[in-house]
Write a protein that binds this ligand. Structure first.
Ligand SMILES: Nc1nc2c(c(=O)[nH]1)N[C@H]1C(S)=C(S)[C@@H](COP(=O)(O)O)O[C@H]1N2
Ligand SMILES: [Mo]
Length: 306
């Protein structure tokens, strides 16, 4: 039996500001539906002031150039194979150092939440990037509702383990299930969202339906897809790419042109959709969010904490 949030909990209470109303069309007051398939509907959302002004990539690009190793390693594999994934029903186990642990159904997680459109550039560690109009809500809202205990310092995330539907999990390429983690101050930063859609629609399966993390100042691999578990802990959790190749992929994985990957430069990036002959763009530290996030790493050596 899925646990339900009770009405005494602190709901997210984001009120759309008048200037937002002018900027974009808002589909107001629509209950959030995070479900793909026949139940899919246009999501109700408000635009966020935290969006980049850059032009988003096309839906075609965003849904056909993916990393989702559960469905294969080619960029086209997720689009070709993620259709097999069942995303309804879906629940997320929230456990560890929280006052209200339990298995929460997706509809319950979304009930009372104001979804926002956050246009963020996703910068992959492979040195390409694209701009995605995500639909989501701050992870901090959910963490507040489950009452994170004062002793918690990290948040660990796990993707679904279902080799019957995720054929890539039948091989040992990665140590399944895919795992990621954030320090609690990173997890509760206002830029960090759980996304349930993009381009105003429920999340395409290849992009991590029905619910995924998006952390825009970190390399794409931190943004774990199809989440089924969120655990609060006092120890830095093991993370998939770090376990596989610790000298190449650190726990922090902040976008940083000053710290190269051991096998290639991180100084520039290729922007998906610009064509073969377009020049590369300089990568910006923290993917352009330095003003908002640099303070999180004061006193840390980011060449060591890569
Ligand atoms: N479960 C899971 N999450 C994942 C991955 C994955 O292979 N499995 N790949 C990561 C990587 S490397 C990137 S760059 C982004 C890609 O997100 P997108 O396909 O929506 O652009 O997802 C991240 N989340
Ligand atoms: Mo990536």
């Amino acid at each position: 039996m899925a646990r339900r949030f009770t009405p005494d909990l602190r709901w997210s209470d984001v009120t759309p500001k008048a200037d937002f109303l002018n900027r974009r069309q808002i589909i107001a007051g629509v209950a959030a539906l995070g479900l793909a398939g026949p139940a899919a509907a246009k999501l109700g959302y408000v635009p966020s002031a935290l969006s980049t002004d850059e032009k988003p990539n096309t839906l075609e690009e965003i849904t056909n150039y993916n990393n989702f190793y559960e469905f294969g390693t080619d960029k086209g594999d997720p689009a070709a194979r993620a259709g097999a994934l069942t995303v309804d029903p879906w629940s997320v186990e929230i456990d560890g150092m929280v006052g209200r642990p339990g298995s929460y159904g997706l509809a319950d997680i979304l009930s009372g939440v104001t979804l926002e459109e956050r246009i963020y550039r996703l910068r992959c560690v492979e040195a390409w990037s694209m701009v995605v109009p995500w639909i989501g809500f701050p992870l901090s809202d959910l963490l507040a509702r489950v009452e994170v205990q004062p002793s918690a310092r990290y948040v660990a995330f796990e993707t679904l383990l279902r080799p019957e539907e995720m054929h890539g999990q039948r091989g040992g390429l990665l140590d399944w299930p895919y795992r990621e983690g954030l320090r609690l101050d990173e997890a509760t930063h206002p830029l960090t969202i759980l996304a349930t859609g993009l381009y105003g629609e429920a999340m395409p399966k290849q992009n991590g339906a029905p619910i995924r993390l998006v952390v825009p100042w970190k390399y794409g691999f931190k943004s774990i897809k199809s989440i089924v578990r969120i655990s609060l802990t006092d120890r830095q959790p093991p993370t998939t790419w770090n376990m596989m190749q610790p000298n190449e992929y650190g726990f922090f994985a902040n976008v940083n042109p000053e710290v190269d990957h051991p096998r290639w430069s991180q100084a520039t990036e290729r922007r998906i959709g610009e064509g073969l002959f377009a020049g590369r763009h300089p990568t910006v530290k923290f993917n352009g969010y330095g003003d908002q996030v640099a303070a999180l790493y004061a006193g840390q050596d980011l060449a060591k904490d890569y």
